[in-house]
Ligand binder design. Structure first.
Ligand code: ADP
Ligand code: ADP
Length: 542
């Protein structure tokens, strides 16, 4: 055993590579006998954005509850909690001493953006205006609403907002407060890239210009890289124990994480490195066409949203990445392919059977996960299904749970599994990364790729996480235009051309980390940014 579980290890699926040194010390907190233990705490610093990178269930919320003064740490002595004096003694001489002293005295105020914004409508009845009524302690509400482009939802009922709108309203509700310490548990789910970048800049400005302490958990690594000034990596075994490392530079922290090896800690957290191709992948030899479609147009009516589509070919067993802002017609295009919408111009002489995972997942049947999945496929439990679907999507531990009890990340995995379990001509996954932690994104990416290859399936993936799109897609389809007004869809293109078109629309360039080759967003106006724009190379090294 790893020394945590006294009896049979419930995590025997996870290989324990080496035991971290930290586990020989007392934890900061242990919930009970054989219950989750947390080792280490992040250090909130004034004027800095502190990032945390690590899987779900590793103790990030526990750490924040301690830093917010909601949970008195017990130093692992859950039977007889030692009290604050002992805690302060244990942290004497560390960076956290003063901070924890203030927590003990009740002098630390905290504002929080919860992880799962989808739950807000269940808890709040009323309009956006009413939700934000009492939060404007800094007198910045109008400015925040304008910068995040959600003034138009002020009078709308909270339960009529889209996920992306809810995400931004929740962010505003947190950032408008005037407190000592802000905790943002994920910035990006349901936001498109330009919305992600705007939200990240707002958070940075709060630290830089207002001197606030910001703590951010984020699984979109390009955005984490952009927003954070320093980084704690969290590792361990979700549900059993979590270790939060001392702060690292953001660049090193992310690089070590991707390599799967934490240098200072001498700790391997994953057997394999996650690798990116600096140069555009060679165009794979052409497989057969699944469909050819002509130029199309579709409008929802006079003065309503309209889309025009360049004709193109979708190949069998390819993963086609779909990128573009929210509200630009990506779902409309899928509806056309499925024959659920008739084009105004152009003719489709086929109707594809599409297995669809929507962006906002509503699975609220009072049913267990396993019964739900069995209702879709009789392959549940077969060895193919177990190794190719259940294992990479880590379904074992949730098969017997009620769908309604699942967390956001668990629902996402069940919804991806449900989609890939259907029999269809085309599999369309809309934002599969939402609420998955980084590790789960990598596993889901591998599962989707293998599925396409082994089942000769065609998969289209809409996602806003550049790292995920990079790892997943063979080719790209780029949507641009004016959201909610007019959209244009390009034909499917090679990765280099597609990325260049997409990023040129956004006016964002990426450079490559010289150590691991991962893409990093360039500072706007920096020398590299200007050079790359001039050369028209927004993403891949020429
Ligand atoms: P994260 O925020 O990284 O997802 P959490 O801090 O919420 O992780 O949870 C870490 C672990 O602690 C989870 O396995 C969770 O089930 C467990 N846990 C959280 N709160 C309690 C509690 N009050 N009693 C026992 N276990 C808990
Ligand atoms: P995306 O998938 O890129 O987010 P959609 O295709 O869902 O975009 O929507 C594009 C635009 O069309 C949005 O402004 C949306 O509100 C609008 N829209 C979608 N369905 C309808 C409809 N049935 N009637 C009118 N407008 C619609």
């Amino acid at each position: 055993t790893c020394g945590i579980c006294v009896e049979k290890c419930p995590f025997d699926a996870i290989e324990i590579i080496n035991l971290p040194q930290e586990l020989e010390d007392d934890p900061v907190h242990r919930y009970g006998e054989n219950a989750f233990s947390l080792y280490g705490l992040p250090v909130p610093l004034e004027g800095q954005v502190t990032g945390i990178l690590g899987p779900n269930g590793i103790g990030k919320t526990t750490a924040v509850r301690i830093l917010a003064g909601e949970l008195a740490p017990n130093l692992g002595r859950h039977a007889e909690p030692p009290g604050w004096e002992a805690v302060l003694e244990a942290y004497r001489g560390t960076e956290l001493q003063d901070y924890l002293g203030a927590v003990r005295d009740g002098d630390v105020s905290v504002a929080r953006k919860p992880q799962y914004v989808d739950k807000i409508p269940d808890r709040f009845d009323g309009s956006t205006e009413q939700l934000l009524e009492n939060v404007d302690e800094r007198g910045v509400l109008d400015d925040l609403l304008e910068r995040l482009e959600i003034e138009h939802v002020r009078d709308q009922d909270i339960d009529s907002l889209s996920g992306g709108e809810l995400q931004r309203v929740a962010l505003v509700a947190c950032l408008a407060r005037d407190v000592d310490f802000y905790f943002v548990d994920e910035i990006t789910p349901y936001l498109d890239i330009s919305q992600r970048v705007k939200a990240a800049r707002l958070i940075q400005e709060m630290a830089e210009e207002e001197g606030k302490s910001m703590l951010v958990v984020e699984h979109d690594l390009a955005i984490l890289d952009l927003v954070a000034d320093n980084l704690h990596v969290a590792y361990g075994e979700p549900g059993a124990y979590g270790v939060i490392t001392s702060p690292k530079s953001v660049r090193n922290g992310i690089n070590e994480y991707l390599k799967g090896y934490l240098q200072n800690e001498n700790m391997r957290i994953r057997p394999n490195a996650i690798e990116f191709e600096e140069h555009a992948p060679r165009v794979a030899s052409r497989s057969d066409a699944l469909v050819n479609y002509p130029d199309l147009t579709k409008s929802y009516g006079e003065g309503e949203f309209g889309l025009d589509v360049e004709g193109g070919t979708i190949h069998e067993n390819e993963v086609l990445g779909i990128v573009g802002p929210n509200g630009i017609g990506k779902s409309t295009f899928a509806e056309l392919l499925a024959g659920r919408l008739e084009p105004d111009e152009g003719e489709l002489d086929f109707e594809l059977d599409i297995a669809y995972k929507p962006q906002y997942i509503e699975i609220d049947q009072p049913m267990r996960t396993d019964s739900f999945l069995r209702s879709i496929t009789d392959r549940v439990g077969s060895s193919y299904w177990n190794t190719e679907i259940a294992q990479p999507l880590q379904l074992d531990r949730i098969m017997e749970q009620q769908l309604t009890d699942l967390s956001g990340g668990e629902r996402q995995r069940v919804a991806i599994a449900a989609c890939l379990s259907e029999t269809a001509d085309l599999y369309l996954l809309d934002e599969p990364s939402a609420y998955l932690d980084v590790e789960q994104r990598v596993r889901a990416t591998n599962a989707i790729r293998r599925f396409a290859e082994q089942q000769d399936a065609t998969v289209m993936v809409i996602d806003h996480d550049i790292y995920m799109i990079d790892l997943l897609a063979d080719r790209l389809m780029v949507f641009d235009g004016e959201p909610a007004v007019h959209g244009h869809a390009s034909e499917p293109k090679g990765m280099r051309e597609g990325m260049n078109d997409f990023l040129a629309n956004l006016d964002i360039t990426f450079r490559r980390d010289e150590n691991v080759g991962r893409p990093r967003i360039n500072k706007p106006g920096s020398q590299l940014d200007r050079e790359q724009k001039k050369e028209g190379e927004y993403y891949y090294a020429p």
